[in-house]
Design a protein around this ligand. Structure first.
Ligand code: PNS
Length: 169
């Protein structure tokens, strides 16, 4: 029985992440998608909100669990006895950072081996950062995230901007 973990910020989860989740779930018996709870880094959504959205978007994939973690990834991997860490690779720009992270993790914990899945071409440009940026200026994010996620992002920006009417007038 092989268990994989797909860690990330998922602030918010995008179609690119969902594509990786679906493909990784077919390769391993169980896949745990785990949100990094990083209190030092400011995020649009709290870890609980990100977990909730992931639970909803993964509800139709039977072998996927959603969790959160804080601290070092290797400690979480060791504690939960995961066999493999999954990361998506979009482009060469991701490679250097991802390679460094994978090698550091393996140095810290031999068991923490990383398997990279190349992002599907249709999502190669996509990142949570750009989704947040487009949404912040009221742009259309329907091609980037599921509707339930888009609704929550717009809601966040309405609250942030102090729009009490929900932007309806
Ligand atoms: O979605 P992201 O932000 O690219 O995910 C990065 C993540 C969460 C996988 C990475 O920052 C991480 O594992 N953080 C936990 C702290 C840690 O173990 N750092 C050492 C890695 S070299």
């Amino acid at each position: 029985m092989t268990s994989a973990i797909y860690p990330g910020s998922f602030d918010p989860v995008t179609f690119g992440h969902i594509d990786i989740i679906k493909r990784a779930s077919k390769l391993f018996d169980t896949l745990t998608v785990s949100v990094l709870e990083n209190k030092a880094k400011s995020s649009l959504f709290s870890a609980d909100e990100r977990v909730k959205m992931l639970v909803e978007v993964c509800s139709d994939i039977p072998n996927v669990k959603v969790d959160s973690f804080s601290g070092l990834l290797v400690d979480y991997v060791e504690k939960n006895n995961f066999d493999v860490v999954i990361r998506g690779l979009r482009a060469i720009t991701d490679f250097e950072y991802e390679l460094q992270m994978a090698q550091t993790n393996r140095k810290l914990l031999l068991q923490a081996d990383t398997v990279f899945l190349t992002t599907s071409l249709e999502y190669a440009y996509l990142s949570s950062t750009t989704v947040r940026e487009v949404a912040a200026f009221g742009g259309d994010i329907s091609l980037f995230v599921p509707k339930l996620v888009a609704d929550r992002i717009y809601e966040k920006f309405r609250i942030k901007n102090g729009d009490q009417n929900g932007g309806k007038d």
